[in-house]
Each structure stands twice: as structure tokens, then as C-alpha cells.
Design a protein around this ligand. Structure first.
Ligand code: IPM
Ligand code: MG
Length: 353
């Protein structure tokens, strides 16, 4: 199993190191990983002038899966847009055809108090956000900032083809079949034609999945319902931009964005696996970042790309165990718990495995 490891920027190298240690520890179970590291994001810009260097692209294309830390940092924010770290992330998603972004928001009972919402509102929360990742206004042309009629003019283009909508719809329906069999499709059909088409195509797909209940929600209402009564949701499916926003919101229901993994898959389940959080430049290099989202992303890799459910569950159970044992990084710390750093958290997960 060939894994391309992209530590990235900020806390990225620290947290991926722990996930790599977890994968290495699993090798004794008859799994064999070949891991190679490359540059993505700001580190790629610094070394080569390109946030997604050619050598990285080659390694990523040849690998079975990609493990990513995080990209970005204030020192690169003033560069021209095509040299910004985020462009590297969008570039690898597009080049590898990673159209299906799965972002589970699960509340671990031990962390119920870490959420800013009342424990009874979030206890038992288990939502899967399915976000389309290679289309929408993120990639639409034309786009730009120009001077028109003597003033600056900014523009972007939102679009989806019906086949793009259908393939992400199928991912959501299939995922719901393995869960509570409910899909809520999120759009803004009262204003945006692109999302009227989104709703129409979802309705056309529904008869193929008679065992799954399909509902629709406007995105503004969905944002409100996520904090009002999040447990009404099972699978939420939506476009690239709405999914970006709603998945950050959903992550906070669980107490810390530092806990949430993600998978971005192509049509053959080759995938890129990364924590939902960013590069946290403010705590980079201090050894205090929470590595659990990255470790859980490695578990998703074993499940979705390599179909090694048992190994995935072994990692996830180890994470549950360290939480039960009271180990906490700063982002999820509560009085009475054991405050640990990045490496000690990794050690605890390894011991629990
Ligand atoms: C995410 C991030 C990215 C996105 C940024 C860094 C380009 O916010 O993965 O959610 O908007 O997709
Ligand atoms: Mg985001």
C-alpha cells in the first residue's frame, strides 16, 4: 500500500508524524505500507515557487492514498493567488478527481462538555457531511477582479452539471444506506438556478434508493437547524461552498475541530485523508496540537481506500480509550483531565492499540 505523506505547513508536520507512527505500528498486523513524503502548500512555495510542485503531483498520482496535515499560514497570504498554499490543496483535489468529501461529525461522550452547545443537544451526535469537492463556484470560470467602468469589479461563477450532482448524490445515498437511511440535501433553490438543478437531480435519484428518506433544506435554514437541533440529521449532502461552511459549523458541535477527520475520494476510492482543521500557525512548532483528527484520518484511509475495516476500528477504539483515560490536548482540556502534548497523545494512542 503506497501512501504519499504531505505534512504541509504550521502544525501539519507535528500531527502527521503521529499518524505515521500509528500506521507504522499497524504493520505488525500483516499490513505493509510504503510511505514517501513530499511538499504541499507554503513549504512547496518556499522550496520551488509552486504550492503543488511537480514532484508532489507525481508521487500523489502514483500512490494509492495521500495523508495530508494542513496547509497555509500568514506569511504566504500576500503572495499572488496562484502561489498561495490553498491553491496547492485545490490543485491536488482537482488533479486527483477527489470529488467526494466525507466529513463525519461525531461527538465522543467524554467530550460532551467541550461543546459550546448544551450536552443534551449534542449527546449522541453522529452526522456525516458529504461535500462535493471539485466543482461549484470554487472552480467556476470566468472569475477574477478587473476594472470595469472605472471601478474594480469582482466576479465568480457557480455551476454544476447534472452528472456532477448525480455522482455526489449517489455517494450520499450509499453512505446513508450504511447508517440511519436519511439524506438531507442542502441548496439555495429559492435564489440560485444551479441549486434548483441540484434539487431536481437529487429528486430524480431518490427512486433508486427507496430505502433512504430524502429531504431538502435551504442552506440558511440548515445553518440554523445545525445549532438548534443537530441530531435531526444523518447524512447531509451539499455543494462545495455550502459544504465548506456547514462542515466547519458541524465540527464545533463536537467540541473541537481538532477531533474531526475527513476523506476525499475519487471514483475508485483512491483518497486524500486530512484533518478538517487548518495549520494553526499560532501553535505551530510548540508540540501542543491535537493529533487525533489526523490519526482518525489514517483510520478513514484504511477503511475507504484499503478496505481494512478491522485496522480502522483498532485505531478508532484506541482513540476512544485515550479519551476515556482522560488524556487531553489543550483544545479539549477540562479541569481534572491529564493535559498532554502532541507526541504524548500519540504515545497514548499507540499504547492503547
Ligand atoms: C477546507 C478548507 C479549504 C476549502 C481551503 C483551505 C481552501 O477550508 O478544506 O474546508 O475551502 O475547501
Ligand atoms: Mg473549510
Amino acid at each position: 500500500m503506497k501512501i504519499c505523506v504531505l505534512p504541509g505547513d504550521g502544525i501539519g508536520p507535528e500531527i502527521t508524524a503521529e499518524a505515521v507512527r500509528v500506521l507504522e505500528a499497524l504493520q505488525t498486523d500483516g499490513l505493509k505500507f510504503e510511505m514517501e513524503t513530499a511538499l504541499l502548500g507554503g513549504c512547496g512555495v518556499d522550496a520551488t515557487g509552486n504550492p503543488y510542485p511537480e514532484a508532489t503531483s507525481k508521487l500523489a498520482r502514483e500512490a494509492d492514498a495521500v495523508l495530508l496535515g494542513a496547509v497555509g499560514g500568514p506569511q504566504w497570504d500576500t503572495l499572488p493567488r496562484e502561489q498561495r498554499p490553498e491553491r496547492g490543496l485545490l490543485g491536488i483535489r482537482k488533479e486527483l478527481g477527489l470529488f467526494a468529501n466525507l466529513r463525519p461529525a461525531i461527538l465522543y461522550p467524554e467530550l460532551a462538555n467541550a461543546s459550546t452547545l448544551k450536552p443534551e443537544v449534542v449527546a449522541g451526535l453522529d452526522i456525516l457531511i458529504v461535500r462535493e469537492l471539485t466543482g461549484d463556484i470554487y472552480f467556476g470560470q470566468p472569475r477574477g477582479i478587473e476594472v470595469r467602468d472605472g471601478q474594480r469589479y469582482g466576479f465568480n461563477t457557480m455551476h454544476y452539471t447534472e452528472s456532477e450532482i448525480r455522482r455526489i448524490g449517489r455517494v450520499a445515498f450509499e453512505a446513508a444506506r450504511k447508517r440511519s437511511k436519511k439524506v438531507c440535501s442542502v441548496d439555495k433553490m429559492n435564489v440560485l438556478e444551479t441549486t434548483q438543478l441540484w434539487r431536481d437531480v437529487m429528486n430524480e435519484l431518490a427512486p433508486e434508493y427507496p430505502d433512504v428518506e430524502l429531504t431538502h433544506m435551504l442552506v440558511d435554514n440548515a445553518a440554523m437547524q445545525l445549532v438548534r437541533n443537530p441530531k435531526q440529521f444523518d447524512v447531509m449532502v451539499t455543494g462545495n461552498m455550502f459544504g465548506d461552511i456547514l462542515s466547519d459549523e458541524a465540527s464545533m458541535l463536537t467540541g473541537s475541530i481538532g477531533m474531526l477527520p475527513s476523506a476525499s475520494l475519487d471514483e475508485n476510492n483512491k483518497g486524500l485523508f486530512e484533518p478538517c482543521h487548518g495549520s494553526a500557525p499560532d501553535i505551530a512548532g510548540k508540540g501542543v496540537a491535537n493529533p487525533l483528527a489526523t490519526i482518525l484520518s489514517a483510520a478513514m484511509m484504511l477503511r475507504y481506500t484499503f478496505s481494512r475495516e478491522e485496522a480502522a476500528a483498532r485505531i478508532e477504539n484506541a482513540v476512544k480509550k485515550v479519551l476515556a483515560q482522560g488524556y487531553r490536548t489543550g483544545d479539549i482540556f477540562e479541569p481534572g483531565m491529564k493535559r498532554v502534548g502532541t507526541k504524548e497523545m500519540g504515545d497514548a494512542v499507540l499504547a492503547a492499540m
